[in-house]
Write a protein that binds this ligand. Sequence first.
Ligand code: FES
Ligand SMILES: [Fe+2]
Length: 355
Amino acid sequence: MTFLKNVWYVAANAYELDAGQPNDGVVSRKICNEQIAMFRNSDGSIAAIHDRCPHRFVPLSMGKREGDSLRCGYHGLRFDGTGACVEAPHDDDSQKARACIKGYSAVERDKLIWIWMGEASEANPDLIPSFSFFSDTDTYTSCQGYSHIKGNYQLISDNLLDLSHIHYLHPGIHEGSNFEDFTNKVQRDGDTVWSMLWRHHYHIDAAKRPMFGLDGDAEDVEGQGHARWDAPGVLFVDTAFWDHGKSYGEGWNTPNAHLITPETETTSHYFWGSGRNFARDNEQFTLGTAATMKNVFETQDGPMVEAQQRDMGESTDFLDHKPIILKADAAGVLARRIMQQKIRAEQTGLQEAAE
Ligand code: FES
Ligand SMILES: [Fe+2]
């Protein structure tokens, strides 16, 4: 399987690179089959380099962080955040130039670390989809986390773009509401897919209203769960509910991030997070939300996607297996088609450049 190169992938939750984190804030993670070591430089910029010493091929992340560089733990070659060898302790300086390793463009935005796996000259941070709710700390309290899933990244996008699974795979989540009361519309905006979901009637226990900062006792409210997908598997789901007669912004709002990055063809990194505009100072609520998200992805969605992957074996193109396509698959199929077009265009461009 070919991965899309010229696109921003989420490589880490920003807090993983903080001082005091394990391994001195050096994160080693495989992305699209490339092992990458990341750390935050003293000026706040993000270093991302191939996590492989060119001398004996051991991970540099097993070595030691020295300021804005990593020293190999085996024979001491030292590399800066661009991948340049800046010290070869047992050799003359001529070895340094030969020892450099691949560096990647990486930036920190909205509490996430984004990495560009393709041509560095084409890495434009303006192309990073917005997850501003993470950084808008005046409006939202948020939590973030990570789960590892043994399935192809596109299977997870399919899962997130078809929320008809909620009533069956997560029966407790929307208890009391009917899927028939929801309307879904899929639309394409450039290379972005929107799967708009309106919940015309949604059940909430009156007893839970105070938890959402709402007065009154109505148990029938309305809401939305609009999902925005961008390549390769970057999803923003803007969930909100409000009382009938009111509108978006006049109730409670829980924007969510589901950020899927391929580790290999058949395994994925799932970075997730959620914000809320109510119960802002309730630390227990934040911890509870993170625990619930982790539990749902790791014990409900994750096992389902992993079972799918097991059935497919090493194969990664789900559509090759001729599944039956249901109405609710529209957004997932569209996202897959866009990915296919983008990968094909990139491959054709590479081929032409080589000729
Ligand atoms: S293996 Fe890294 S310096 Fe020898
Ligand atoms: Fe789910």
